[in-house]
Design a protein around this ligand. Structure first.
Ligand SMILES: [Zn+2]
Length: 428
């Protein structure tokens, strides 16, 4: 079925930076059929949605998440990292059921859909339940079973991770992709990372791993192994497969040789890095070296919000701070990271509006006070808009948010279940 959106502005994020005003997008389940000025469109659509003040843009791609951790949003906030993990997060995680993961992932999906995210990369456990939630929500996802090598002496969890890839790759009409998820070099010894690297090669899947997130991690890995987390990952063979490096805050000039020719890239999580007091990732060092940089939120337990509009603002702010100049990172760079950048890290052909690309788009309400007037639409979208302005979300040609209402599942029922699960988890 051909659907046509006639909107005030279309931001394509194509290489030429085309913006059409007014603009038209026509798509079906197979892909985008037309993007351009309304008068140039020769397609006869089955349905037309006209939003004169709407701003259409590619759906945002959240490159790093632990979706089910939404159930822990705001838990023991502002405590020191190790205390937070050892006294709060880990004990609670040991009690989470597959049903909790399912509800937590649907809760995250509701928040992501409302704030314009069309796809996300996730690392957690009980991933069959997470994948089922993704399937029902209508999102895209790149899912990995998180692996803690120090808790996996016989490799059973790695086998589970591989079995998950075999069961779910390409499922949900091709919306679900799978990866292997070794948590980090401080939880996975080098021999374990090497086993994961071989398994990824055998399965032909990518790897999702936290690397160089904190100064403490870098110091510990250098003290233990005499090399940086990036070099350690390289030496264990991780980078032989497409690798999604989450955080990368402490990647240095000396790490660049190990990243040369890397398939994949680094996902910046600026809100998480600020809230945990870690630091600012070296965007220009990586971008100048040709490393793809995308954007992600991290889990809502550390970030509190899965709103990629907040993440875009924070990325721009911290990179301006790091560069000590306002043009060090611009609105367009932020939107690029949240669309094309994450797509490049994942090896996904979306992240832009162009014929033949996936039918993934969002439409914001551009008629509100906080985005009026319009001197520069990119500035309005990145610096003034919030996720709450998103009115329509289309994924794979299916309208999963329509006039601000989720069409794929009963959102209120999920919120009720999430409150009940939280009350239950808080009791013990
Ligand atoms: Zn994370």
């Amino acid at each position: 079925m051909l659907t046509r959106f006639d909107v005030g502005t279309v931001i394509t994020m194509n290489d030429a930076g085309d913006i059409f005003r007014p603009g038209t997008v026509v798509y079906d389940e197979t892909g985008i059929q037309y993007v351009g000025p309304p008068e140039g469109c020769r397609h006869h659509a089955d349905q037309t949605v006209a939003i004169p003040e709407g701003i259409a843009l590619p759906g945002l791609l959240n490159g790093h998440n632990h979706a089910a951790m939404s159930l822990m949003r705001g838990m023991a906030d502002d405590s020191a990292l190790f205390e937070w993990l050892s006294q709060h997060v880990w004990p609670l995680e040991s009690r989470l059921t597959a049903n909790d993961i399912y509800i937590g992932t649907l809760l995250a999906a509701a928040e992501m859909i409302h704030s314009g995210t069309v796809g996300f990369a996730d690392m957690y456990f009980a991933m069959d339940a997470a994948a089922q939630a993704v399937k029902e929500a209508g999102l895209r996802a790149w899912l990995a079973r998180g692996l803690v090598g120090s808790q996996d002496p016989d490799g059973q969890k790695l086998e589970e991770g591989v079995a998950f890839c075999q069961a779910w790759e390409g499922q949900a009409e091709g919306r679900i992709h799978t990866m292997l998820g070794p948590h980090a070099p401080y939880t996975c010894p080098p021999e374990y990372l090497a086993r994961v690297a071989r398994a990824a090669q055998d399965e032909g899947v990518g790897i999702h791993i936290h690397l160089s997130e904190s100064q403490g991690e870098v110091d510990q890995i250098i003290a233990s192994y005499g090399k940086s987390p990036i070099q350690l990952a390289y030496d264990t063979g991780i980078f032989a497969s497409r690798t999604l490096i989450a955080h990368g805050v402490f990647i240095s000039q000396e790490d660049l040789p190990w990243l040369k020719g890397l398939q994949g890239g680094v996902i910046a999580c600026p809100v998480s890095n600020a809230k945990l007091g870690n630091g600012i990732m070296p965007y220009h060092l990586l971008a100048d070296a040709g490393v793809a940089v995308g954007l992600g939120t991290d889990g809502a337990a550390s970030t509190n919000s899965l709103d990629m509009f907040l993440e875009m603002k924070m990325m721009a702010w911290v990179q301006k701070l790091r560069g000590q100049r306002p043009d060090a990172f611009r609105a367009r760079d932020a939107l690029w990271a949240a669309t094309r950048g994450t797509a490049a890290v994942l090896g996904h052909n979306g992240g832009l509006l162009a014929p033949g690309r996936p039918s993934d788009l969002i439409v914001l309400d551009g008629g509100q006070a906080h985005v009026t007037p319009e001197w520069d639409v990119l500035a309005n979208v990145v610096y003034s808009a919030t996720g709450a302005d998103v009115r329509y979300v289309v994924v794979a040609g299916r309208m999963i948010l329509q006039e601000g209402v989720i069409t794929t599942f009963d959102e209120q029922a999920v919120l009720k279940l999430a409150r009940e699960r939280q009350a239950n988890l808080a009791k013990r």
